[in-house]
Design a protein around this ligand. Sequence first.
Ligand code: GLY
Length: 427
Amino acid sequence: MKILVVGNGAREHAIAAALSRSPQKPRIFAFMSTPNPGIIRLAEDWIAGELTDVEAIAQYSKKTNVDLVIFGPETPLAAGAVDGLEEKGFLCVGPRKALARLEADKAFMREFMAKHIGWGYPQWWTFTNPKSLKTHLLSHPDVVIKPVGLTGGKGVRILGKQISSLEEALEYARSYLEHEGRILVEERLHGEEFSLMVFTDGKKVHAMPLVQDYKFAYEGDQGPMTGGMGSYSCADHLLPFVSPNDYEIALEIVVKTVHELSKIFGIPYRGVLYGQFIQTDVGPRVIEFNVRFGDPEAINVLALLETDAVAVFLSIATGDLLEEIKFAHKATVCRYLVPQGYPDNPEAGIIFSLPLEQLATAGVEVYFGSVTEEAPGKYRTTSSRSIALLAQADTPLEAKSILDKALDKIPHQLYWRRDIPRLHCGS
Ligand code: GLY
């Protein structure tokens, strides 16, 4: 079995690592925009290219004659890579372009939810000009501004938090209004966030363990939004602030979204659907939908996957999802190490060492993000997240303690949030 992984972050390293544990011993290939040292170690061959270059992905798939293509990030999905590859006969894990719009166009997502789901979302409005936006913000100050297009998770601005005045809000919205034609404004919701990801073939849906991701750059959830600074999950696969009833409600929204999307477009949604929820006083509400694994959430869940990953992904792509997919009952904590100044002024080009053997001995799994390898154990930062570290244990508290001890051994050129996870879940 030959499998191509598209993407080059720690999420894709986690996908490749899960594949490499398969008893089927798949031959792994990678299509990456920049070389990831962890993926390179697991892959038989790799090529560098633009992740949105559908033709280049198709050519490499043909050259390597792969049996399956797994997409990590959203950008190739939004560019129609699955459409292009499926037309050429390749089996793919990831939705087609029409379905990927659920993430690529947030206004579409809200319209879809309003029309086909009918509940489980905040109040929202779209604006096409600064004047009507200004009028609205004057009477609705407790809101969040969201660009409708892809922003790598960094586009959301909360009024009163990252944006302190009406002028700043209008200034922020202006360039998006110019380039995307409209901007989304949503009622600000309060509560803990959680990620509910599912595997699906368009009909059957299998939930992965719930994960909480921490998106703000600094401790105490301060500072700018990032792609995610770390995440945790509990051994029971739930989170302490999500009741079983609210979990069922959130899952119902995700399942209905898979089925409705597949129905209205007449194309099965095959891949991972990731509902990003906020647990409000009146139940879970969808903040966003993503058409892929979360990063870092993929690292938490794939590390726990006990079922053969090759069988899982193949069953998605062939439209016959496995009836049973098992995850170990362990808690996980993941923390990203990032360049100082990330995300606004990241110190790119800093060389740092990683004591890989010591980390392994301490029970810490290393997933490479955006770094270049200078020499074995020596890496250079770029402007993105550098390394994700994961620990598994019986409780999140124990996993946190494994990471805390291991991180003491790492030179402090890199930054990480020491308050991940904030434990509601001391058990
Ligand atoms: N962890 C947030 C995301 O993957 O979008």
